[in-house]
Design a protein around this ligand. Structure first.
Ligand SMILES: [Fe+2]
Ligand SMILES: [Fe+2]
Length: 190
């Protein structure tokens, strides 16, 4: 991967960093509840889960599945199998987050006995999704960097900027504000 990163690569890496941060915050917050025995702050847990639902489903997966991956498919036919797998994982991620939301509600309304199932589901989803992002960053993006031309990256940059600008601005501002709130959560402080 060249030291200069195309806009598309920067955008994907920034999204990944934000998603990994929120996943980590949610895992830490749930572990902290388990260790301390304190009452969970369900509003905050729901806010983190909401981010993990909104951000991949509405923005990040659309950027990959609608713009980046089709261009990589054109240029690197050898990557078709791994791109097929990653796109299937995007759909599974949406289902997993919905299951997590259901499990969080069960914990909130049915009590502590449901905490462990939520934690297990979260652990499984987190492991899978971190692995998903690792494949994209360590394998797909470096191969794409070798095969896409400067004109391809320019075209992608324009399409991605257009896609994100077309998204309701209040949604992207809202996502940024929500991410800042989650980053300030005690579960991310040492
Ligand atoms: Fe992805
Ligand atoms: Fe991704």
């Amino acid at each position: 991967m060249p030291s200069f990163q195309p806009f598309a690569v920067q955008l994907i890496r920034e999204d990944h960093e934000a998603l990994a941060t929120v996943l980590g915050a949610l895992r830490n917050a749930v572990e902290r509840v388990g260790r301390s025995g304190q009452a969970p702050d369900f509003d905050e847990l729901r806010a983190m889960l909401f981010y993990l639902d909104e951000m991949p489903a509405r923005m990040h997966h659309a950027s990959e599945s609608e713009l980046l991956f089709p261009k990589i498919r054109e240029r690197c036919p050898a990557l078709h199998p791994v791109l097929d797998r990653l796109e299937a994982e995007h759909e599974r991620c949406d289902c997993a987050v919905r299951e997590l939301a259901h499990a969080l509600t069960a914990w909130e309304v049915m009590g502590e006995v449901h905490r462990e199932s939520f934690q297990l589901l979260l652990h499984a989803h987190g492991t899978l999704y971190l692995g998903h992002m690792e494949v994209e960053e360590s394998y797909v993006l470096p191969v794409a960097a070798d095969y896409l031309s400067p004109a391809d990256w320019r075209e992608l940059a324009e399409a991605l900027a257009h896609q994100r600008n077309d998204t309701d601005p209040s949604m992207t501002q809202g996502h940024r504000a929500l991410f800042a709130r989650i980053k300030a959560h005690p579960s991310l402080q040492k």
